[in-house]
Design a binder for this molecule. Sequence first.
Ligand SMILES: Cc1cc2nc3c(=O)[nH]c(=O)nc-3n(C[C@H](O)[C@H](O)[C@H](O)COP(=O)(O)OP(=O)(O)OC[C@H]3O[C@@H](n4cnc5c(N)ncnc54)[C@H](O)[C@@H]3O)c2cc1C
Length: 433
Amino acid sequence: MSWNFSTEPDYQEKLDWVREFLAEEVEPLDALFGSELVYDKQHAVHEHAVRPLQEQVKDNNLWACHLGPHLGGLGYGQLKLALLNEILGRSHWGPSVFGTAAPDSGNAEILAHYGTDGQKAEFLEPLLDGRICSTYAMTEPQAGSDPGQFECTAIRDGEEWVINGEKWFASNYRYASFVICMAVTNPDVVIHKGASMLLVPKGTPGMDLVRNVGLIGDDYGEGTHGYIRFTDCRVPAENLLGGEGEAFSIAQTRLSGGRLHHAMRSVAICQRAIDMMAERALSRTTQGEQLSRKQIVQEQIADAWGILHRFRLQVLHAAWVADERGTAGARMEIAAVKAATPGTIHDVVYRCLHLHGSLGMSNEMPIGAMFLAAPALGIADGPTEVHKVTVARQLLKSYAPIEGLWPSEHLPARREAARAKFAHLLELEVGSE
Ligand SMILES: Cc1cc2nc3c(=O)[nH]c(=O)nc-3n(C[C@H](O)[C@H](O)[C@H](O)COP(=O)(O)OP(=O)(O)OC[C@H]3O[C@@H](n4cnc5c(N)ncnc54)[C@H](O)[C@@H]3O)c2cc1C
């Protein structure tokens, strides 16, 4: 077994290129174009500014790195992707320029994995090429983290599926060309065996927007998270993605990777916050000295660095485990990283905000949007509590209850066992007295 924290020189060269390219070419997009436009592929900025940048990314063999070679990607694996994403996550546009933006990355993954040739041609190819964007619709208004309460159904009628029900918080529905909808196809079995995935092109009669839902700070009716209603919405039978009843295993394929990728990008958010803290501490003077000379400020900076460093190692380790055993084999590590993400962002970005004083609270810094990632990532892809339960359950599998009354660490019992083990020595000791 070897331990090694270095990056292959060839790949490090690529990462150095990414860092410079992002700062010079991509981050200016953040300054001029809102994050919402990232998914509005019809907007002129895509054709004129983003596509040329995407071509450079492709030329550097860094496009859509989240997909393995058997799925049409480059197959760098999760660890290398982590090193890439911890740079890209600084920028709203970064993941899109590199073809790894959520939720399209996860949707591409399941289409590549489970799609038929026809589905790949119709949905995956334009998605992978960055020409369209997509939506994943699982959550319902009355239930998110408890799928047992899902009510949206799809009933087979001849050569069609007929969908009825509602979906809530379907990100980017506003700009999506198609929706991957989880629906109950067999209400007589448990939801984990009775739900299926259906591909619904935008514009299909019966799939309607109730309203766009925004995040905190957006005006009412603004935002890109669709509240969708299906009313006798018919799609052809061949729009079933994967097998009937397979929705949850398909969802797992997409969500595990997605959770890990959010964590990787969160490293970038926190690193950006620390960069800002350090610059501010060295630049601002109060009571005759730089902020950086005040010990409590130093403590805040040191704590922020420590929090991020521990989290980053946890993320890289989870990525490594996923490479070794697949995302299913890294279930505990990914759940642990997902549970740690919101607290890490909160603890680091809050320190950054506070150090900037009124400027930190203002709308003239990016800190507010960075801070909002903490609660958002504590809920999106399942609330923290659910992931902590996963960690605990996985961990407990490798333990067994002790027989008898006392714990195995009970000192009197241990002493008794040790006494029995070393009885001959104890006898010698007594004999020599
Ligand atoms: C930014 C963002 C983007 C999203 N994008 C999408 C998307 O594209 N597609 C999609 O389908 N959904 C999306 N969602 C929805 C998301 O998946 C759900 O919000 C999430 O699964 C939680 O469901 P809920 O909102 O119904 O909360 P609930 O299930 O009502 O949970 C609310 C709270 O109850 C507590 N709780 C829940 N379960 C447990 C438990 N087992 N143990 C202890 N406490 C618990 C937790 O405190 C939790 O935060 C998005 C959400 C956000 C915030």
